[in-house]
Ligand binder design. Sequence first.
Ligand code: ADP
Ligand code: ZN
Length: 322
Amino acid sequence: MAEPNLFGGIEAGGTKFLCGVADENGVVLDQIRIPTTTPDETLSAASAFFARAQGRHGPLAALSIGSFGPLSLRATAPDYGSITSTPKVGWSQIDLLGHFRQTLDVPMALDTDVNCAAVGELLFGSGRGLDTFCYVTIGTGIGVGLLIGGAPHGGANHPEAGHIRLPRAVGDQAFDGICPFHGDCLEGLASGPAIRARWGVPAEQLAPGHPAWGIIADYVAGLCASLTYIVRPDRIIIGGGVMQPVNMHEQVRASLERQLAGYDSSVAGLDMNTYVAAPSAGDSAGLTGALAMAYRMITRQWPMHWAIGAQQNAASTLAKVS
Ligand code: ADP
Ligand code: ZN
């Protein structure tokens, strides 16, 4: 029997599901963008896509899903493989893995959207050649993916580093924060919706010189300081809508340097320009990462050859799905 050589991936987002099938060289044979509506509608469309793709190209060897959360990721948990209690209406307690197991009898894995995006950055973007790095997104929520020693990190469950509490920034004492659980945790203070609640307009409409940006940069840098001391990564990659203004990374670098205060000597020597970077794997890093996780499930290694030989194919084809 021929070796199984097709891999399925899903980037499950609050707005859209991107599904793809790639061969062992990272050539994407089939892909689809499905709007996220109800779980029934969206998940049925996704399984119909994989049924069709298998009919055309042959059986999948594995399927990997990178999803918005929170997720239950401990294999022994009764709700393993599910989205747990998400604010996204209708999507709480949805058994993602269980749904796909009804129609696909292949090894499956589920991880966070941010861990999958980190893998996409490892192969095609700002994480290339690195062993340990963080992928941070500052958007509707704040999420952190961790590649540690070349492997996506998950413990008893996935980390929730967006919900840490940081010292309040100068000039930002009065706002209570919007996190339904913690009020003024990081996400409650620095996510896109928190900016809107505090300053009355969507973040993209705030003028470049608005004091909000210095405050948000201080919080994002506070997260980076914590990640630096807890993980000691080679790099922190920061993306998401709120990081789009041109000088945001620059402001975060300056604030991080102040917050680290030169401690310790290995940190004092960091080149902030490379230590804090923007993502560069394109909009489909999460899907690419999910496909690579499916590949790794079977072969036990990352498909580093996708990044070299098949970059044209995989990266450019995937980049068109958005
Ligand atoms: P999501 O987190 O929902 O996947 P994004 O990363 O695009 O998506 O984050 C959306 C948030 O980013 C919104 O709250 C929006 O106001 C904010 N945002 C989007 N574009 C910009 C921009 N150019 N400048 C500042 N904020 C932005
Ligand atoms: Zn919180």
